[in-house]
Write a protein that binds this ligand. Structure first.
Ligand SMILES: [Zn+2]
Length: 484
């Protein structure tokens, strides 16, 4: 057993996160000899796989098609969209040599894929009949981050970048696609129990080249907002640069309209950070590599231990046969039950079945819930139906509790003092009535110590509210928070 774990809440969150991803064998960070690059370990890889499976299911069922583009992009391709390259040029890794020879054209490790995909779209799509086209890929992207890096949150190699790129006949259809993407991501985060707020990012913080950007933010336990997903209406910025011309239904020819949207490793960081506790991971059952673990408990009598072992195997077989859950049994005879309990608790296995001499004699099983840290004993014949109820209840409870915590940290305020106090003391997201002027937003940010996240997609309840900077009528709310 290792020393006591750090507390998840408040200032200790960073240490807790580093501890939990290591102790649960999710992700190795800081030991590989390149800064900002981490390693998914087998258990973490399985969580990642389950998360991606859900995302693929949501994308595939809404007409998205998966593709795989090369990692390298030529310098002239990146340079073609001047506005775009401006956004990334300080952050690009360059490949300058092939073997000992210097390359004629420098190659970039993709920082994102708008230019690569648009380049090929010109060759593939010419008619409105082929549209809308929705492509996505799950790949590594590279950014030479100069800020302090953090495991899964700020990396130089983002290993789980799911980027979607869509092409449309009209502005309106691309606009509709933005809504569809927001809906897909909402369902995805809902399913993971990751609470979020959706904001239209301010002009000065939109994606380079985009008409507008919509972003999902969640809150980490230390009260800082984390951007977990973005959706961009790209307009015709890239299709103009690459001359992607589309024959429209009315027989006119126009450049295509695009959107792009992405999520990253941060989704898994949020899953871990939001549900975990001071004992380790807590996973919603759908994303738990092991949903049920059977742990036999030996008796002081050797013969009885053998009978308990066989009984535990029966329990295991019954659950795997009848429930469809991912169930495992730990038959290790060297390890003490207490050590096993500790390990599966750190790994966030939602339910543990304890099977000892008493359970064997009674024909029962003790069911332990990781989320509530509670035990109950059920008859073997009721076990499968009990497990179905318990796992469904864990899922429901985790989601409710995450959303409750999140909502309680969104503060609608009317003065800058209140905004500053909430951001500094309680930590969360504040919503301040805003007149719409950039300079007022910058002053709000300076005065409160929060970064501008943007505005709600729909605004109500503005009656009589004034911008606290200039005193004019508010047209919306500006959201501010400390961020990652
Ligand atoms: Zn103002």
């Amino acid at each position: 057993m290792s020393e006591k774990s750090p507390s998840k809440h408040g200032e200790g969150f960073g240490r807790w996160f580093d501890w939990v991803i290591d102790a649960a064998e999710v992700y190795d960070y800081g030991r590989y000899p390149i800064k900002g690059m981490g390693i998914w370990r087998p258990y973490g890889f399985k969580i990642r796989e389950l998360v991606l499976a859900r995302l693929r299911e949501l994308l595939n069922s809404t007409g998205h098609e998966e593709v795989l583009f090369p990692l390298l992009v030529t310098e002239d391709l990146l340079a073609k969209e001047a506005e775009h390259v401006k956004g990334f040029e300080d952050e690009v890794y360059w490949v300058t040599h092939g073997g000992l020879e210097e390359l004629d054209v420098k190659l970039a490790l993709r920082p994102t894929s708008e230019v690569a995909i648009t380049y090929m779209e010109k060759l593939w799509y010419q008619s409105y009949r082929q549209l809308p086209k929705k492509l996505y890929q799950v790949v590594s992207i590279f950014r030479y981050e100069t800020k302090a890096t953090r495991p899964m949150i700020r990396l130089r190699e983002v290993t789980t970048f799911k980027e979607a790129h869509t092409l449309h006949e009209s502005f309106e259809d691309a606009d509709r696609q933005v809504s569809e993407a927001v809906d897909v991501y909402s369902r995805f985060f809902d399913d993971l129990g990751i609470p979020y707020i959706v904001s239209k990012r301010p002009e000065w913080d939109k994606f380079p080249g985009a008409l507008y950007t919509v972003a999902f933010d969640t809150l980490m336990p230390d009260g800082r907002a984390l951007q977990i997903g973005t959706v961009h209406h790209l307009g015709q910025t890239f299709t103009r640069a690459f001359e992607v011309k589309i024959y429209r239904k009315d027989e006119s020819v126009d450049f295509g309209w695009q959107t792009s949207y992405g999520v990253s490793d941060r989704v898994i960081a949020s899953l871990i950070a939001i549900h975990g506790d001071d004992r380790g991971l807590v996973l919603p059952p759908r994303y738990a590599p092991i949903q049920v673990i059977v742990v036999p408990i030996p008796s002081s009598d050797e013969d009885e231990t053998e009978r308990v072992w066989r009984y535990a195997e029966n329990v295991y077989e019954r659950v795997s046969r009848e429930s469809g859950f991912r169930v495992e049994i730990d038959l290790d005879r060297e390890k003490r039950p207490a050590e096993k309990f500790y390990d599966y608790e750190i790994k966030g296995v939602p339910v543990r079945l304890e099977v000892g001499p008493r359970e064997f004699r009674e024909g029962s099983v003790t069911v332990f819930r990781r989320d509530l840290f509670k035990r109950s004993t059920v008859k073997l014949e009721d076990l499968v139906s009990t497990l179905q109820d318990v796992l469904a209840d864990i899922d429901k409870r985790l989601k409710e509790s995450a959303w409750r915590g999140f909502r309680s940290r969104i503060y609608r305020v009317s003065t800058l003092d209140e905004a500053k106090r909430h951001i500094e003391e309680k930590a969360g997201i504040v919503e301040v009535p805003w007149c719409g002027s950039d300079s007022c937003a910058f002053r709000m940010s300076d005065a409160s110590g929060g970064k501008t996240l943007g505005t709600p997609l729909e605004v109500t309840d503005l009656e009589g509210l004034k911008c606290p900077i200039c005193g004019r009528d508010a047209v919306t709310f500006m959201r501010l928070a400390r961020t990652y």
